[in-house]
Design a protein around this ligand. Sequence first.
Ligand code: HEM
Ligand code: NAG
Length: 495
Amino acid sequence: MLYDLLTFGNIIIFLFFVLCLVILVQGTKRPADIPPGPKSWIPLIGNLLELRADDPRVPFREWREKYGDIYSLYFGNKLVIVICGYENIKEAFVKNGDIFSERPDLYLFREIARREGIVSSSGHFWKEQRSFCLATLREFGFGKTSLEAKIEEEISPFMHVLWESKSQPLDIRRMLQISISNIICNMTFGHRFEHDNEEFLHFLQLVDDDLQVVGSNSVLNIYPILRFLPFDPFKIEMVRRNIDKIDEYFVKIIGEHKENFDENNIADFTDAYLKEMMKHSDNPDTSYTDRQLLKVIGDFFVAGTETTSTTLLWIFLYLLKFPEVQERIQNEIDSVIGKHRQPSIRDRLSLVYTEAVIMETLRVANVAGMGIPHGVSKDTYFHGYKIPKEAMVFGNLDSALNDPIVWKNTENFEPSRFIDDKGMLIRPEEFIPFSNGRRVCLGESLARMELFLFLTSILQRFRITAPENGELPSLTGTFGLVHQPEPYRLCVIPR
Ligand code: HEM
Ligand SMILES: *[C@@H]1O[C@H](CO)[C@@H](O)[C@H](O)[C@H]1NC(C)=O
């Protein structure tokens, strides 16, 4: 009898079950000293199924209540540390910035950017490139009047398209993307594209398609091996193809700059970069290379376009839902600027309510979602918990921007929360839609200028209303790499 059971086949089946058991136990076991968190019962998947595509903010908030401000999850087999609450995010990203400012080694960072550029690079390389880029962008206008001129240059064609709509319902998403990316294109390589340029529209579509695929919880970051599946179900081949086309485009532009290079006429970021590259040409280990320039331009383009144009879409959607807010902004514009003078950056100081509306939208819409994952430079301890070098670390921006302890009625849209009783604008520390610390968004001041000038220029001349049938999407939105409102249309009516 016993001998019968021990046939070869049965032994194989027995060993197979033992193996499954081991995988189940090992695959769902949590190391003792990492932060607490939900148990993942399914090895190889972890907590991914609990993320809820319709609103991932909900489970993250529930986990904070259950496990505290610092907890951990598994995206597949990848350990994810979530840091909640403004004070804790500050403690990690600011006070311990020398440890918490890396990027984790994710497959998609490697595939798309070879861990070059700014967004996905780390260590000394990133530090050198980031400080050069920041200094150079400042020189080309961040916070200066020349940048204001560049933004205004894009507002007039935008207004023109609005006039032409003759108050018919209009989806302004693409138009906003074109205008906003034109501003980046002007700064980085001195180009602009017309609103009906088919080639550029196609180019924006490539970027859009890639952004749909490359979230940090993307299955490909977790199991890169899946890219070898037939028929490309996770679209990694599409991403690669798109990246190649995008790169090809920028390579051409860089080539043109090289041909016409004149070190006494540095007109844009690319010129400035080429000049810096020459300074380092004797150093074989230099971080200033053609390839790096290409990736930096790509980063500006991708990080700067979608976030800002989406924030404008959110602002307009909130104005449609809260018409009294629109009216109050218009009254403020009328009394401070009047109907004829073009709004200027200097008006930001006086248009307190308008600024408060922009801030409140950045807070409630939180377009950057969970932000971009950080990593640690070495195994480290935080609040007594271990954070291993290979973990992804999220500073959960939602936990600061929507913290019920910090913000009264946090779920309400209340711009006046940013205005004190003397009528002055206040900026609470916890307001961190651009993150904080050494990795803080490189484009914050540019984005804030764009939001202000677009919003005031449009509302000075137009009233926006919902289409006749009144159809507007909810304020929940969809959650990809960027948190977006569902598509909607609005009417612009000359005032
Ligand atoms: C409303 C608009 C924007 C929002 C809400 C936003 C938000 C963010 C956030 C949350 C991060 C991640 C920071 C971190 O890792 O902790 C980031 C990074 C970044 N942003 Fe923005 N951003 C916006 C506009 C822009 C613009 C206009 C640019 C144009 C240059 C830009 C360039 C970048 C770059 C290069 C990084 C990577 C920084 C690094 O890794 O060192 N962003 N942004
Ligand atoms: C870039 O912006 C400047 C204003 O700073 C403007 O004079 C110039 O015409 C713009 N270039 C293009 C190609 O739009």
